[in-house]
Design a protein around this ligand. Structure first.
Ligand SMILES: O=C(O)c1ccc(O)c(O)c1
Ligand SMILES: [Mg+2]
Length: 628
């Protein structure tokens, strides 16, 4: 597949953009005229520079307000086109995009436009160039690819073809299946963009909110199925106008773009196996069956305090690593490793961030397949020297440079605990924690799309709608991702200001990482009672909260009193109930949550977040912990 991306899609100056695009593995670029005009170099030099970086120029764009003009304006439009043809020849590209006119003096009429294109086709042909016509969703006379196609069909010139752009078709809810009727060789170019469903003016939506396929809500894979069914085999090119991306890291956004293209084309192939998709075979999205372990990097007193917290939470010391300074803590199915090594990835993570989650192990059906898919999607694999007697467990880089290991039953990798740890379990019956419910990762708001794409393209995970978490000092956006029936859940929390609890954590821990781990119990009250005996210090919740709870829900007075007595928070949705109990914050603002879902409560207790956060901030302030 010829992967391509428009230079408008990413930030930086022209050379920075090219470097990032080349490094991400793209075949070519669309040159957006603005980017080129701002660059101080001749068209010939620009063309050479692009090819020296191993990239092709797949398209020059946009040429605006061409068709349907009267008299002198029409002549002028053709003159302008000739000037741009000169430029294209110097750059070394043969295809230009003409977008449907918004000129106030342009006239409608399919034949008038077709005549203009037939003449333009003649002029282009003399120079060996081609012209593609794209319907802008807000075009004055043409705003639908079907009308643009009719114009191209009537222009009936070999150098005139159609350009389809998923945004323009899907934003107007035009059925992409209508593209199947178009001959593939008359589609000269394909642009892809997704977008979140927001009800707003089409032009504004397009110029500010587009995002990578898979990051938004539009059926981009269905659009691409229809395109592929025509036999089109030219470049598939990302054209993403997005305010965040314009200010983001060019390398990250380019990598996300590459990942999104591979992901969407793999979806096309899976949804419609009869289609010929030019993409190396790769395993399907991976079914994550659960969290195998969570590893903290820590050291000295910090590590002692963490282990004391784990013990208070009902974890028992299960074993020590055969050769490294690792302890394994277990309760129910939950395994937590505390890594005190002074060399290797955990040590680097601790040196930068202090106590932090540096690694996460996921249970998958096939670890080798997981790595193969991750690599196909452009993820970075990770390996470090393996000590005697240790298993080689495959890993990739995850959030904030942390690791993600994959453990399966078939490869013997699930025996790692018996093989690598001297088992010395204590007789401890724990506090009733059964498994990991979810892992909450904190990041800047700008990083959220990258991480949701990372998880949803690699794993069979679905996104829930974004929810607002109200911190007394600002807003935190939260996006939940879920695999299977909740076998593996992640929440991505995007902070916009350092004054929020999440933002403060982000600043103190030098970047995105796990801020809290939520553990399940089948009986929150029994667990609370056991925790209390173990000296666990819950996060104290105000009496006002419980008064409000009594007003909002029909709760038995006895149950309300028990919740209040144990600092348990409560919420209901259409599917069930949730009970939540929080630890006090530790490290740079990390914490544990213990929760019980009843029936099939689907959320994460977002309505309780403001009270939980206020309580955490009350505790953190006097101790000189992060200044929230
Ligand atoms: O927003 C625009 O003007 C614009 C220009 C060129 C395109 O290909 C496009 O999809 C939109
Ligand atoms: Mg476009």
């Amino acid at each position: 597949m010829k992967t391509s991306i428009a230079t408008v899609s990413i930030s930086g100056n022209f050379t920075e953009k090219l470097d990032a695009i080349a490094a991400a593995g793209f075949y070519g670029i669309e040159i957006f005229e603005q980017d080129f005009l701002a660059y101080d170099g001749s068209p010939r030099d620009v063309g050479r520079m692009i090819r020296d970086k191993g990239l092709e120029i797949t398209l020059f764009q946009p040429f605006r307000d061409f068709e349907g003009l009267p008299g002198a304006l029409r002549t002028k439009a053709f003159d302008r086109a000739e000037r741009k043809f000169d430029l294209m020849q110097e750059l070394g590209t043969d295809l230009v995009l003409v977008c449907s006119t918004v000129h106030p003096e342009s006239m409608g009429g399919i034949d008038r436009a077709a005549d203009d294109f037939a003449e333009l086709g003649e002029r282009a042909a003399k120079r060996g160039l081609r012209v593609g016509y794209e319907a802008l969703a807000w075009g004055r006379h043409v705003n639908d690819h079907r009308d643009a196609w009719e114009i191209v069909r009537r222009a009936d010139h070999p150098n005139i073809g159609l350009i389809v752009d998923s945004f323009h078709t899907l934003s107007r809810k035009i059925d992409p299946e209508t593209i199947r009727r178009i001959p593939g060789d008359k589609i000269f170019f394909v642009q892809l963009a997704d977008a979140p469903l927001i009800d707003m003016d089409l032009l504004y939506w397009s110029r500010h909110f587009r995002n990578m396929p898979g990051e938004g809500d539009l059926p981009v894979a269905d659009f691409m199925r229809a395109v592929t069914a025509t036999g089109y085999d030219g470049p598939v090119s990302l054209e993403i106008f997005n305010d965040q991306f314009r200010g983001g890291s060019p390398r990250t956004i380019s990598k996300d773009g590459y990942r999104s293209l591979i992901y969407v084309m793999d979806e096309v192939r899976r949804k419609e196996p009869a289609l010929e998709v030019d993409l190396e075979p790769m395993p399907a999205r991976i079914d994550v069956q659960g969290t195998a372990f969570i590893e903290f990097a820590s050291r000295g007193d910090d590590a002692d305090r963490l282990e004391a917290t784990l013990a208070a939470l009902g974890f028992r010391l299960e074993g020590r690593h055969i050769s490294k300074e690792l302890t394994l803590w277990q309760q129910g199915e939950v395994r937590i490793v505390v890594n005190r090594e002074t060399k290797g990835y955990a040590a680097s993570a601790y040196n930068v961030r202090g106590t932090t989650v540096c690694d996460m192990g996921l249970k998958v059906s096939n670890a080798a397949d997981t790595i193969a898919r991750a690599v196909a999607l452009g993820a970075d694999t990770f390996a470090q020297p393996i000590g005697p007697g240790e298993l080689d467990i495959p890993a990739i880089r995850g959030l904030g440079g942390s690791l993600m290991h994959f453990i399966d039953e078939t490869s013997g990798l699930s025996d790692v605990w018996q093989v690598e740890f001297n088992q010395a379990p204590t007789e401890d019956t724990g506090a009733g924690v059964t498994r990991v419910d979810h892992i909450a990762q904190t990041m800047t708001y700008d990083e959220m799309l990258s991480w949701s794409l990372f998880y949803t393209s690699l794993f069979e995970m679905e996104k829930s709608p974004m929810v607002d978490v109200i911190d007394p000092d600002g807003l935190v956006r939260s996006q939940a991702l879920q695999a299977g029936d909740g076998d593996f859940r992640i929440t991505l929390n995007g902070a916009e200001t350092h004054r929020t609890l999440a933002g403060g954590f982000l600043a103190e821990s030098f970047g995105a990482s796990v801020q809290h781990i939520a553990l399940s119990t089948d009986d929150i009250f029994a667990t609370a009672a056991k925790l209390s005996k173990r000296g666990f210090q819950p996060l104290p919740i105000t009496a006002n909260y419980y008064d409000d709870l009594a007003a909002r829900f029909d709760l038995e007075p006895d149950m309300l009193a028990r919740m209040k007595g144990s600092n348990i928070l409560y919420d209901q949705d259409a599917h069930g109930e949730i009970f939540q109990l929080y630890s006090q914050p530790f490290g740079n603002g990390m914490f544990f949550e213990i929760l019980q879902r009843r029936e099939s409560y689907a959320g994460y207790g977002a309505p309780n977040a403001p009270f939980r956060i206020a309580a955490q901030k009350r505790l953190m302030r006097p101790k000189g912990m992060p200044r929230f």
